[in-house]
Design a protein around this ligand. Structure first.
Ligand SMILES: [Mn+2]
Length: 381
């Protein structure tokens, strides 16, 4: 049975400015993950590799990086590699792919998917249907075009590549993105739709069509799952099989702790250290309402905590913006300041609110607003 590896959203060349000097390490890790991906193609004896958009973080990546990436793909020749220009590396007039095509540095086994909906035959039984994203403005319905092209094809197995959002009312609608309706997936002639753009791995299969967001192979942000990242190994046949395979190097973990349930600072450190690892990035979110209580947290310093857990991680950061230690104090702000005005307006609204639920929301808004305006909202902007 024909099989292939589906990946996307590598975002090679991303600066990771937030991580400071560690950003360079993560960029190296991204490249290592790329080599893990081509190794996975070899090890699984996959027939081809699909990159569903955002191979590069921008269209202005260095030519050095571009050449390194292309020679990595060339190392699995003659296995075909298909690169779909996505939203970050959109196929416009300034695209990195124009540079690649114009300078004749594209390895013979690598295809940059062009603007118009096209069919490729990586192996005789498989029709691969794709078109490049040519604008970030969107409103496009790429799967419709691919479906009408594919319905006229005699390929035994049909696979589409899409870089865009699933159109789910109330969840995902951004009209400025290429959109795919769930009904379009259900009625499509494809066995598999290889999706990119959303960075969490997610399955959107409908009817007889498997549709999967592969997720980032090397994690780029907290909240991306799974972490470390994976690629999806797809086997075509009467039944399509899609299996995850770990290729990522770094693990990004978010831990949220309610401090009103914790006895002391050591308990926080102990819990954080359960995630320890030299390739682990930790975000520790501290929350809980401890206003009006006399407690151990008065002596707590975010800097001390970071110092205590930091050495056990590749990177550790603490977000204390949801932690309420004290009732808001208007005296924090000078008269006629924005902070004082905010406090007065909110206090008035809280006084006037009839509905207890509304009162609670306003009180929460006051606490968070004061924390924010006084610069105590934690490290995260
Ligand atoms: Mn992306």
């Amino acid at each position: 049975m024909p099989s292939f590896i589906h990946t996307g959203d590598l975002h090679l060349g991303r600066p990771f400015r937030r991580l400071g000097a560690l950003g360079k390490e993560i960029r190296k890790a991204q490249f290592r993950t790329l080599t893990n991906i081509v190794d996975a193609v070899k090890q699984t004896r996959s027939n081809f590799l699909v990159v569903a958009g955002d191979l590069f973080d921008t269209n202005s990546v260095s030519i050095r990086l571009v050449k390194d990436v292309l020679s990595c793909f060339a190392s699995i020749a003659p296995v075909p590699v298909y690169i779909q220009p996505g939203t970050h590396d959109v196929f416009d007039s300034a695209s990195v792919y124009r540079t690649i095509l114009n300078s004749n540095i594209l390895p013979t086994n690598v295809t940059v998917i062009p603007e118009e909906a096209s069919e490729f035959r990586p192996v005789p039984d498989v029709g691969l249907f794709a078109s490049a994203n040519t604008t970030k403005r969107g409103g496009d319905r790429p799967l419709r075009r691919l479906s009408s092209l594919a319905s006229g094809s005699d390929a035994r197995y049909k696979v589409a590549v899409i870089h865009g959002s699933v159109d789910v009312p109330g969840l995902s609608i951004d009209p400025h993105e290429p959109l795919v309706g769930q009904d379009e997936i259900a009625s499509s002639p494809f066995q598999y739709v290889a999706m990119g753009h959303w960075h969490k791995r997610h399955i959107w299969s409908q009817g007889g069509t498997e549709a999967i967001y592969c997720g980032t192979p090397e994690t780029l942000e907290f909240d991306e799952i799974p972490s470390p990242g994976t690629v999806t190994v797809v086997s075509l046949g009467d039944i399509v099989q899609a299996e995850e395979r770990v290729v990522g190097t770094h693990k990004w973990v978010k831990v949220s702790l309610d401090l009103s349930l914790m006895p002391d600072a050591n308990a926080i450190i102990h819990r954080a250290n359960q995630e320890a690892g030299s390739r682990t990035l930790l975000r520790l979110e501290l929350r809980g309402n401890l206003a009006g209580q006399d407690n151990w947290l008065d002596g707590l310093s975010v800097d001390d905590l970071v110092e205590a857990i930091g050495p056990n991680f590749f990177h550790a950061e603490i977000d204390a913006s949801r932690l309420v230690l004290h009732d808001p104090d208007p005296g924090e702000f000078p008269p006629n300041s924005i902070g004082r005005a905010f406090h007065e307006i909110m206090a008035e609204k809280i006084d006037e609110a009839q509905d207890p639920a509304e009162k609670e929301i306003l009180q929460e808004a006051l606490r968070r607003g004061v924390l924010y305006l006084s610069g105590k909202a934690g490290i995260r902007p």
